[in-house]
Design a protein around this ligand. Structure first.
Ligand code: FES
Length: 568
């Protein structure tokens, strides 16, 4: 038997001795033989004092352990890296793959028959799922859940859509020091993830759609008692999976479930980061996300969830309106309801038990969508031969077709230094361009794509401009912002060829982003182009590994050696 404690013995050349030694040492923790003979469910502990979004993880773990033990299995909690957005230098994306490697290898290295992975803050769910898919052990995901909303001067506040909106007001001089200080105490009123449709909420909805977590797990607010009951129930399911040895992620992540995830990503007006993470997850399976097919899906799938930044409500309202099961019910035949979940049920059964909430306005019916098309569009053109992304559900309608003069910033530092310089020649009709902010160039593809509107323009009352870059953007942001231009400029992508004064044309209806400079001139510029040196510190350690192995956005920014051979 190679279950439970007998799994993956340390190699001493004598299996009997390896098990004897393992038992002898673990008994130091006070376990009985009865406990040690049970199937084991590992639980990743992603609590960290640096990660307020994961502040409820200890309570989730306690509840999950209860569920596991009530079902006759044995929980073993083990730590992994935790990543919090605002505490990760240079960016959280830089360490996502490190977290994925840590989790994958610890799942492999330690004896367990199933695993519960706990995540929430933007990069943590993707990292843990990428790991679980590669380790391919029966896995239950428990998202930490969204924060409850904040309030300020009679207004409802959501992190971080309102962080950006109110900071822009502060920059424009409409809010003083004292008020912005008060706001900072009210934007994040509880533990949990950002409660708008940012990356954390997007990934939690995708996880639930993929059948990797229990119904409603994406939306129950982090501090609510219901979240801990869900954790207990997740523990019970994990114990069953440990005994049944399945289902494994490889059984749940099919072509059809990945398509379902893309449908939901469009219908929730999800984060652009969601596309990168879903692409990375798919790269760990034999399947792939086809950007053009994803874009076409966008023309069939309406945005039905009325959440900031595309709409009005917050995650707790989505939850009380019926959550992801109700959304999938409304999406009807756009979802393949035969897809399976961790409980062995089909999505059809999940959807059948979705709650009907009279009068709710957070989940629209298909006949009355927020937007008739999905939230994200994929652009191509001479500026983005391998694609770029725009969240057009959270952009200004009149800028969807726009031609403007490029104002180029060579790096995030250059932008920080010059964007508010009164001498900067810029007008509201210009196109702000940021480069060297991609996966390799920055490094780590920072969320710098939400280029600040120059103060002198903000003060004229302008709220949006066309902004383009090879960076990412927080899913919580609003604006006419073209992201993930691929290939990035640091590897010689055409973004590197743009000069201030060139004209750029954005046409979202035609899905195009073009640099209006003739091909001969671009060839000349390409011949003279010098690529930037590798980022400082890239000669050793993780920075070296990152610089050597990071893939572009259209391949999910995973490391090249972590991908699985795909069908294409
Ligand atoms: Fe953690 Fe937004 S900062 S989810």
């Amino acid at each position: 038997m190679t279950d439970g404690l007998r799994k993956g013995l340390a190699s001493y050349g004598d299996a009997g001795f390896s098990l004897f030694l393992r038992k002898a040492f673990i008994k130091a923790m006070g376990y009985s033989d009865d406990a040690l003979d049970r199937p084991i469910v590992g639980i990743t502990n992603t609590y960290s004092d640096y990660n307020p979004c994961h502040g409820n993880v200890p309570d989730i773990i306690e509840a999950a352990k209860r569920g596991i033990m009530l079902s006759g299995a044995m929980p073993f909690v083990f730590p992994t890296i935790s990543i919090a957005e605002s505490f990760s230098h240079p960016t959280s994306m830089y360490v996502r793959n490190l977290m994925a490697m840590d989790t994958e290898e610890m799942i492999r290295a330690q004896p367990m028959d199933a695993v519960i992975v706990i995540g929430g803050c933007d990069k943590t769910l993707p990292a843990q799922i990428m790991a679980a898919v590669s380790a391919d052990l029966p896995t239950v995901v428990i998202p930490v859940g969204p924060m409850v909303v904040g309030h300020h001067k009679g207004e409802v506040l959501g992190a971080c859509t309102d962080c950006r909106r109110l900071w822009a007001k502060y920059r424009a001089g409409e809010i003083d020091d004292q008020e912005i200080e008060a706001v900072s105490g009210r934007l994040a009123p509880s533990v949990g993830t950002c409660m708008v449709m940012g990356t954390a909420s997007t990934m939690a909805c995708i996880t639930e759609t993929l059948g990797l977590s229990l119904p409603m797990s994406a939306t129950i607010p982090a501090p609510h008692a219901e979240r801990f009951r869900l954790a207990e129930a997740s523990g019970k399911v994990a114990a069953q999976m440990a005994k049944a040895k399945g289902p494994k992620p490889s059984e749940l992540l099919t072509k059809s479930s990945l398509r379902n995830a893309q449908v939901v990503l469009q219908a929730i007006g999800g984060s652009t980061n969601g596309l990168i993470h879903l692409t990375a997850i798919a790269h760990r399976t034999p399947h792939r996300i086809d950007l053009d097919a994803f874009d076409r899906l966008g023309s069939e799938v309406p945005v039905l969830v009325d959440l900031k930044p595309s709409g009005e409500h917050y995650m707790e309202h989505f939850h009380h309106a019926g959550g992801v099961p109700k959304l999938m019910a409304q999406l009807g035949d756009l979802i393949d309801l035969d897809a399976k979940t961790i409980e062995g049920r089909t999505l059809r059964e999940v959807v059948a038990s979705a709650e009907d909430v009279p009068g709710q306005t957070a989940i629209r019916p298909r006949q009355n969508p927020i937007k008739p098309e999905g939230g994200l569009a994929v652009l191509r053109g001479n500026l983005a031969p391998r694609g770029a992304v725009i969240k057009h559900s959270a952009a200004t309608a009149k800028l969807m077709e726009h031609t403007g003069r490029a104002v180029v910033f060579d790096s995030v530092e250059d932008m920080t230094l010059r964007v508010d310089d009164p001498a900067l020649e810029v007008s509201a009709d210009d196109v702000l361009v940021l480069r060297n902010a991609g996966p390799k160039g920055a490094p780590g593809m920072p969320e710098a794509g939400y280029l600040p509107i120059p103060k002198k323009i903000l003060r004229t009352g302008v709220k949006d401009m066309v902004r383009i870059s090879d960076a990412r953007m927080s899913g919580t942001a609003f604006g006419t912002i073209v992201l993930h231009i691929t290939p990035e400029s640091a590897v010689g992508g055409p973004l590197a060829l743009v000069k201030t004064g060139d004209m750029i044309r954005l046409d979202v209806a035609k899905r195009s982003i073009e640099l209006l400079v003739d091909a001969a001139e671009l060839k000349k510029r390409e011949a003279a182009l010098k690529l930037p040196p590798p980022p400082e510190g890239s000669s050793r350690g993780y920075a070296w590994l990152f610089n050597e192995s990071i893939l572009q956005a259209d391949e999910g920014c995973d490391f090249d050696f972590l991908r699985r051979e795909g069908k294409g």
